[in-house]
Design a protein. Structure first.
Length: 254
């Protein structure tokens, strides 16, 4: 598939703002009017072959597609806006797009509560104005008081484990740390019990910030913060909710 390289040209005059969210002052960067040719990016995204295979989408409640394009400038721009060097997880990381529809959908337990990503997450909302609603929510976990889960257990996590009288095994191995998260934070009992996204929260999850979805808006945030799509059941029953997603690391690839 031939895609003109200028498709992903970044608007040199986009409006960049940042804010702090939650008691942890978690940084959120927003760049409005991000792409120079957003209609071309949307046309590219809608023309790709999408898949819902688990090895591609994981627990994302939709479909994904990718295309091999030069993304170096994109990653460098995201790093500049974030204010720290960010790195792709692997060589020749492609441009990745994802879509969600609420037509005949069924959410699993993990999709009915917030989740975390590998490190730093960036997204560009691509829907035109007439189908651009909702956004991305950032959340506080009421039972533990946490707003994020670090890649490696820090003092806040260790203090929580001590209060719960948990064995050190939960924090000293990858498997143990994952089990700790799944039982203490992402427990199925904490998810919405009906077929809905977490949106405004529930008795276990408090919505800290709704980052509104706007056309051609880039958002960058710490993907270790609890977050979720903010989508009501009446939205995207016909139109595709489409965005570009970029996962980056603060640690250089070895």
């Amino acid at each position: 598939m031939h895609v003109p390289q200028e498709t992903l040209t970044i608007n040199p005059h986009c409006k960049v703002t940042s804010e702090q969210v939650g008691r942890g002052n978690h940084k959120v960067v927003i760049a409005d009017h991000f792409y120079q040719f957003p209609e071309k990016v949307l046309q590219l995204a809608l023309g790709l072959p999408y898949t819902d295979r688990f090895e591609i989408v994981g627990n994302f409640p939709g479909v994904r597609a990718s295309v091999n394009l030069e993304t170096k400038i994109l990653f460098e721009t995201i790093s500049k806006y974030w204010g720290k060097p960010l790195h792709p997880f692997f060589d020749n990381q492609p441009a990745v797009f994802q879509g969600i529809t609420n037509k005949n959908y069924r959410l699993n337990i993990g999709q009915r509560q917030p989740h975390i990503d590998q490190d730093i997450t960036a997204m560009v909302y691509l829907n035109p104005a007439d189908s651009c609603v909702g956004g991305t929510g950032l959340y506080h976990h009421r039972p533990t008081g946490l707003e994020r889960v670090p890649i490696v257990a820090d003092q806040e996590i260790r203090s929580l484990a001590d209060r719960l009288e948990l064995s050190d095994e939960f924090l000293t191995s990858v498997e143990g740390y994952e089990n700790f998260q799944n039982s203490m934070i992402f427990n199925p009992l904490f998810a919405n019990q009906d077929n809905t996204y977490i949106n405004d929260g529930n008795e276990y999850w408090e919505l800290l910030k709704l980052i509104e979805m706007r056309p051609n808006r880039l958002i960058i945030f710490d993907g270790r913060c609890f977050h979720s799509q903010y989508i009501t059941s009446s939205q995207y029953t016909e139109a595709f909710r489409v965005n570009q997603v970029v996962y980056l690391s603060q640690i250089p690839k070895s």
